[in-house]
Design a protein around this ligand. Structure first.
Ligand code: ZN
Length: 287
């Protein structure tokens, strides 16, 4: 099924004024507050992808979610946080926004990594120290997106008891990553890689392997992999961006292993389906 297009909440009452805010329980502070519509993957990430593709002649922004491919602007968002809680999360998000891959193809985080010049497509990913990056902000940002996905009605991922662990961590702006939570941050160099998968946006998804639950999403040159619980592999703390000050540097062709299966499995809908139908008469798209 395609993701729902409408905001689905049960407001206690409509807020006065022209905004789309509603009064309901804030997911973070758990107080009854006027909520803002929060994006699960931040709006600036969507906007940057769209801006990049608009600059690329002939390219189109196709969103793949829940196994469906549709043209542009299908962004998962719902009333979730009050203004005060948005303000708690915002500094880490702003920090990541500033160092992430930009629509003009500059990538401040990557430009400070000297080892990046040695990579070429097919290279083995390389853990590198990143003392010039705010590693706590990277961890906090990754955790906030994963948590938002888990508490959203529109995503199927779940954090189990770690939803509450991450809620308490996010609410305390000075807290470090809780025990049992690790964030691995990949920095992808897309220069010279066909299709530029470093500009692809992949919504949070969850899997289980090596004794942990893994929650991953990608966008703007980064891939964030957050593990929760279980008996994590011994190497994991050494790759955790906050605990070790390390990011994993890799070429963006690595991302194809995540992008291509989604692309192949997605059922084209709407304009994407019609375009394919025009290009391949007689081929049925959709179900
Ligand atoms: Zn709140």
């Amino acid at each position: 099924m395609p993701p729902p297009r409408t905001v689905n909440v049960e407001p206690l009452r409509r807020a006065n004024g022209p905004t789309d805010a509603v009064l309901a329980t804030c997911k973070l502070c758990q107080e009854p507050r006027e909520l803002r519509v929060s994006h699960i993957v931040p709006r600036w990430m969507h906007k940057r992808v769209i801006d990049f593709y608009e600059r690329s002649a002939g390219a189109q922004y196709v969103v793949i979610g829940d196994g469906v491919a549709m043209l542009g602007n299908e962004q998962l968002a719902e009333p979730m946080l009050c203004n005060a809680c948005e303000a708690i999360i915002e500094p880490a998000e702003r920090c990541v926004s500033e160092i992430a891959l930009q629509a003009d193809d500059t990538f401040p985080a990557l430009e400070n990594i000297l080892d990046a010049s040695h990579l070429k497509p097919g290279s083995v990913p390389l853990p590198v120290k990143v003392p010039f990056l705010d590693t706590s902000a990277l961890a906090r940002f990754a955790a906030s997106v994963v948590w938002r996905a888990a508490v959203s009605k529109k995503c199927s991922t779940s954090l189990g008891p770690y939803a509450e662990t991450l809620r308490a961590y996010l609410l305390d702006s000075g807290a470090r990553l809780p025990a049992g939570v690790h964030v691995v941050t990949f920095v992808h160099d897309g220069r010279g890689v066909n299709g530029r998968p470093d500009h692809a946006l992949l919504s949070p998804s969850a899997s289980r392997a090596l004794g942990c639950h893994w929650h991953a999403f990608s966008g703007c040159g980064f891939r964030f992999v957050t593990s929760v619980g279980g008996c994590w592999p011994a190497f994991l703390p050494d790759l955790c961006v906050e605990r070790s000050g390390v990011a994993v540097l890799g070429m963006a062709d690595m991302l194809l292993e995540h992008v291509l299966p989604l692309h192949r499995a997605a059922i084209p809908k709407g304009k994407v389906a019609r375009q394919l139908q025009d290009a391949r008469p007689g081929v049925s798209n959709g179900r």
